[in-house]
Design a protein around this ligand. Sequence first.
Ligand SMILES: [Zn+2]
Ligand SMILES: [Zn+2]
Length: 431
Amino acid sequence: MTTMSKRDYYEVIGVAKGATPEEIKKAFRRQARSLHPDNKDSGDEKAFKELAEAYEVLSDENKRASYDRYGHDGVKGSASRFDNFDFSGFQGFGMDDILESLFGASMRGGFGGARSGPAQGAHLRYDLELDFLEAVFGVEKKITVKRLDDCTTCLGTGAAVGANITTCQTCNGMGQVKELVNMLFVQSYQISTCPQCHGNGKSVDKPCRDCKGQGLTRKPKDWEFKVPAGIEDGSRIRIGQAGDKGPHGGPFGDLFVMVQVKRHKDFIRENNTIHVKQDVSFSMAALGGELLVPTVDGTKVLKIPHGVQTGTKLVMRDLGVPILNSPNRRGDQIVHINLKTPTKLSREEKELFERLAELQKEELHIDSSAKSESQEEKDVSETKNSSDSTSSGDNGHGSKKKSKSEKNKASKKDDTLLDKLVDVFRPKDEN
Ligand SMILES: [Zn+2]
Ligand SMILES: [Zn+2]
């Protein structure tokens, strides 16, 4: 009954009856942009659904022909598909994403790209693990994916050698059947895929044994593609039409390559910045000098200014990760200085440190007459426990941990990064 009050689809989209597919597409997109519910000024959910329904019919050669001949009754199946469509999930999506989710592959393939009959093949997924440096600089990859494609034995016909291929009697080779559907007051035609030949329009008396008459088998195929410099862990690369072939001559699905980036022993990546930790001796920290530091471009000389502390950050410009899609611009490398306290001193070194303490008028021990030796021992072990309860009892180790936790307190905003750094570099400390 609603059929009676339905607006003409051409009128809804705003084109003449004889409009070309391109004109329909253009007019639709212009209207869709303005009517979409996310559009605060002119959005209109009801009108948008009506528009989507009209477009679904007029953008499809077969449905449009049926509509031209039988009116709304000729395309009963496609109506009401949008009635319960939920638009709330589309905030922040581009119009293309929305259209794609509404119309699937037929929208993406553009006009005449996808036929309405046979369905598109399945999308496939491939997990690709990249080395840290491959992700930084990009890399050419060749992968092998097993996908459904035309059976080589029967060349996709589904027929065995010597089989008779005849035109399907049910659909007369059209691949589609028109069924008369009795509605409440009207009789209407519905067009659907032929149940006998599943849309290919042919009938085979002896099916191919390799593909059981399906015309498709799963076989490996190589794909070569470029992974762009600066790609991040968790990115997705789409290779169009590299998925399964659809049944009965349907188009290929796509292949989605899911990128995983391995960790590196020296580098930690944060967007386009690379962080490294660099141990610096007391002498170097006090006097300054030069050090060889690992970078993704190889070892480079870094000037250490005198007076650096644990936690001092030195920037090495343009030695970070290239910006995705503009590889001439790069992030920086940040070197986190870590003062290395010597744990084993030679006799001579010990004397020099004592001499240094003397020069700086530093008292290394509390006057022993004020405190007993046993108390002193106890104090030291308490300090260690408070900073690290799992301390192995190694003196140098314990005190270093303590200095790290003090540093964490001092610069709260770097907490997560420092945690990451500490976590990554911990195995090295324990050697
Ligand atoms: Zn076959
Ligand atoms: Zn048929």
